[in-house]
Design a protein around this ligand. Structure first.
Ligand SMILES: CC1=C(CCC(=O)O)c2cc3nc(cc4[nH]c(cc5[nH]c(cc1n2)c(C)c5CCC(=O)O)c(CCC(=O)O)c4C)C(CCC(=O)O)=C3C
Ligand SMILES: [Fe+2]
Length: 342
């Protein structure tokens, strides 16, 4: 039986790896975006506080290695490539390398659990652009078929829930039972394509995690708002929420769970561990921040499971699906006249 795929491509955001990378990285992130210069300066400063090194690259590599091992454990030995949207290893370079390695068909995994334009469609656009660059250089670019949604995958939910428990255990014993569980995600403009679907997927993930923990007292809030102040973004902001809830009374302690991020990158380390921490300190509110899923075994196993499912779906010569990046729904095409599956 021919193998339907010969590699996995893990697609992620990317982050600077030293002080000199900060500005060119931000220029990449913000190409074509309307973000006030003042906001860009602020964010550049956040990166400077960490020596210009975002942990995202290391975590993504760890996830890729974990995915490769869990796949092998399930009997599927495949190379796992990492391609980033905004910094090295950049998607066009990685796709050129894949072409050179003879990779024809890859299973794509976008390193974001909840879909919106910026957390899904834009990544797929960037992969298409990278494919065009490979094509323009006279090579055959890899075909990428993406795994389905995994925001309700048992392994993802288990990892998030597990890390909430680990965090809760570090609160003072007297408030562990009454701490409010607050899930956070990156805000997006309410007018962005998929913003409502994104919020709904986040709510569904959060509700499932809370249910597994037997916790009724939870909320979903947003963080890291950017853009122009006059444009509406998903709310409430985590800091506004903490102040308002505290003013209303009844908030004894808080567990922040960054369910909208798959690793502890700068926005978690700065916006939660620094900014939200300051807000809680000023309110005298005990707070702990749960780790993002990073390379949690249950999480990488969930990714492996999604890859295996995609493999199974296509192994009996099911036609490849072409997914237009503007329409996350797969559009199935008739089988090619002369199959190119090896
Ligand atoms: C939904 C979402 C996710 C979660 C899903 C996913 O993980 O993809 C996410 C992740 C990330 N966002 C990141 C970094 C940045 N995001 C920015 C800007 C923006 N993000 C947006 C949305 C999201 N972002 C939006 C709507 C903007 C406004 C500009 C635009 O419309 O595109 C800016 C520019 C400065 C600023 O405007 O804040 C930076 C530097 C990093 C890397 C951190 C590191 O290096 O450690 C990661 C993982
Ligand atoms: Fe972002």
């Amino acid at each position: 039986m021919p193998a339907p795929f010969d590699a996995v491509l893990l697609v992620s955001f990317g982050g600077p790896q030293g002080p000199d990378d900060i500005r060119p990285f931000l220029a990449n992130v913000l190409r074509g975006r309307r973000i006030p210069p003042q906001r860009i300066e602020e964010v550049a400063h956040h990166y400077e506080l960490f020596g210009g090194v975002s942990p995202i690259t290391q975590y993504t590599n760890d996830q890729a290695e974990g995915l490769r091992q869990h796949l092998a454990g399930r009997g599927l030995v495949l190379p796992v490539y990492v391609g980033m949207r905004n910094w090295t290893p950049l998607l066009p370079d990685v796709l050129a390398q894949m072409a050179q390695d003879g990779v024809r068909r890859a299973i794509g995994v976008v390193a974001a659990a909840h879909r919106s334009y910026s957390s899904c469609t834009q990544y797929r656009h960037n992969v298409l652009q990278a494919r065009e660059a490979v094509f323009a250089a006279g090579r055959t670019p890899v075909d990428v078929t993406y795994v389905g949604d995994w925001h309700l995958h048992e392994g993802f939910l288990t990892a998030v829930a597990d890390l909430v428990v680990v965090a809760r255990d570090t609160l003072p014993p007297g408030v562990q039972g009454t701490a409010r569980l607050v899930f956070t995600a990156h805000s997006v403009p309410t007018t962005m394509a998929g913003a409502e679907a994104y919020r709904l997927q986040l709510r569904n993930s959060a509700a499932e995690v809370a249910r597994r923990l037997g916790i009724n007292d939870w909320d979903l809030v947003f963080q890291s708002r950017s853009g122009r102040p006059e444009d509406p973004w998903l709310a409430p902001d985590v800091n506004d929420y903490l102040r308002q809830q505290h003013a209303r009374g009844g908030l004894q302690a808080v567990i922040l769970s960054p369910i909208g991020f798959v690793c502890d990158h700068i926005e978690v380390l700065y916006d939660l561990d620094h900014e939200a921490r300051e807000t809680c300190d000023a309110l005298g509110l005990p707070m702990v921040r749960a780790s993002a899923v990073n390379a949690h075994p249950a999480f990488v196993d969930a990714l492996a499971d999604m890859v295996v499912r995609t493999w199974e779906m296509y192994k009996r010569g099911r036609p490849l699906t072409l997914v237009h990046p503007d329409h996350p729904d797969a559009l199935e095409l008739p089988p090619p006249v002369s199959p190119t599956v090896r």
